[in-house]
Design a protein around this ligand. Structure first.
Ligand code: 2PG
Ligand code: MG
Length: 428
């Protein structure tokens, strides 16, 4: 490729789905090709994530990103101008070296990631390819199984329910498009049921219904009823995926379930979840134990790892070394891949490579603070990850991703292979 050297980098402050500032970067190549990307932001973050650099102070609750924006427009722009955007690894290694810290705390992952992703967009543009195809090759035909939120809880809904994400998966759907159709019906049915029961408080951070329940089980019961009311068989046709986000209420082996006013140890937490797994059609559980409880993770995986997808998010923070450690200790069997947990595409891809080597599955995931940026859709297809988690089935920043995946699936025509239930890899 010629002319793919970076001519120009520019960042600006834009706003995310929580009304908070975030960083957008534009990259222009010498041949005129352009790319653009925006950093997302988490609320329930793992302590080992790369740092999201915020200004602090009074403005916008301390969430402003003027330093991160300035870091792109000065140091980062100077360092990458002239580099080949088509060599993602070299570019990302330059960004990593320039920052120089283990957790990107000098320049900020929210400064590095939009540049890393915008460069990929620009290189794809220069190659005349959609990003997913540029990231892979002609073999990029695997369309992911979506995990879609119906109820939001935890840190995303004023902690009215302890569990953060009550999601569904549609392993029996024939296509991504059909999985969305089924989800639309379940989402609508859930809204109606909650309105009838008087348990609807609003909509949570990622667009899921925000329920008022007095136990976590009530939420699970309601979800099963919503699946049935929409005309589906709970289980293999439409199953449940949970993100417990246990690091939010668990520390040092103690788990405080506010809703049920009880405190459990690690074994108690595993018993509680095992009871749910026996009673409800649960196909996937994310962060069932806290990030500081690897023994709990391993114990839970020994019990359920053969039949259940067990996902590490705060626990693995998209980090290759952590994935390898977890695999060696028999903890979890799936990694959640969030590019902003690391700050560059290359490091996130390393985590996926480590996962594949360990026999782990992967789910590419959005954050609770999102924008119209659809890069993760292309990553999920380009890397053949097989699963995608974006939040609920409302709100523009979520629908932008689902709709982009519909376009990708359509563009592949007969070559599209919908992952369906195959990626869950474990049948119950
Ligand atoms: C998660 C994500 C998305 P956050 O925990 O998986 O639901 O939330 O971006 O707040 O970490
Ligand atoms: Mg999570």
């Amino acid at each position: 490729m010629t002319g793919t050297n970076i001519a120009f980098v520019h960042a600006r402050r834009v706003w995310d789905s929580r009304g908070r500032p975030t960083v957008e970067a534009d990259v222009m190549l010498e041949n005129g090709a352009v790319g653009r990307a925006i950093a997302p932001a988490g609320a329930s973050t793992g302590s080992a994530e790369a740092l999201d650099l915020r200004d602090g102070g009074e403005a916008f609750g301390g969430y402003d990103v003027q330093h991160a924006v300035a870091n792109v427009n000065t140091e980062i722009a100077r360092a990458v101008t002239g580099m080949d955007a088509a060599n993602q690894a070299a570019l990302d290694n330059r960004l990593i070296a320039l920052d120089g810290t283990a957790n990107k705390s000098r320049l900020g992952a929210n400064a590095l990631l939009p540049v890393s992703m915008a460069a990929a967009h620009a290189a794809a543009h220069a190659a005349g390819l959609p990003l997913f195809r540029y990231l892979a090759d002609d073999d990029a035909t695997l369309i992911p199984l979506p995990q879609i939120q119906i109820f939001g809880g935890g840190a995303h809904a004023g902690r009215r329910v302890d569990i953060q994400d009550f999601m569904i998966v549609c392993p029996a759907a024939d296509s991504f498009a059909q999985a969305l159709e089924w989800t639309a019906e379940v989402y609508r049915a859930a809204g109606k049921l909650m309105a009838e029961a008087g348990t609807l408080a609003g909509v949570a951070d990622e667009g899921g219904w925000w329920p008022v329940f007095s136990t976590n089980e009530q939420a699970l019961d309601m979800l099963v009823r919503a699946i049935e009311r929409a005309g589906f068989k709970p289980g293999h046709q439409v199953g449940i995926a949970l993100d417990i986000a246990a690091s939010e209420f668990g520390r040092a082996g103690r788990y405080k379930l506010a809703l049920e006013d009880r405190e459990l140890d690690s074994a108690g937490m595993i018993d509680l979840l095992s009871g749910w797994i026996a009673r409800y059609p649960i196909l996937s559980i994310e962060d069932p134990l806290a990030e500081d409880d690897p023994e709990g993770f391993a114990a839970f995986t020994r019990l359920h790892g053969k039949s259940l997808q067990i996902v590490g998010d705060d626990f693995l923070v998209s980090d290759a070394a952590r994935v390898r450690d977890a695999a060696a200790n028999g903890a979890a069997n799936t990694v959640l891949l969030k590019p902003n947990q690391r700050g560059t595409l290359t490091e996130t891809l390393d985590a996926w490579a480590a996962a594949k080597e360990a026999g782990f599955s992967a789910i590419v995931s959005a954050r609770s603070g999102e924008t119209e940026d659809t890069t993760i859709v292309h990553i999920a297809v380009g890397w053949g990850a097989g699963q995608l988690k974006v939040g609920s089935f409302t709100r523009g920043e979520r629908m932008a991703k689902w709709n982009e995946m519909l376009r990708v699936e359509e563009s592949l025509g007969a070559r599209a292979r919908f992952a369906g239930g195959t990626v869950l890899g474990r049948s119950r």
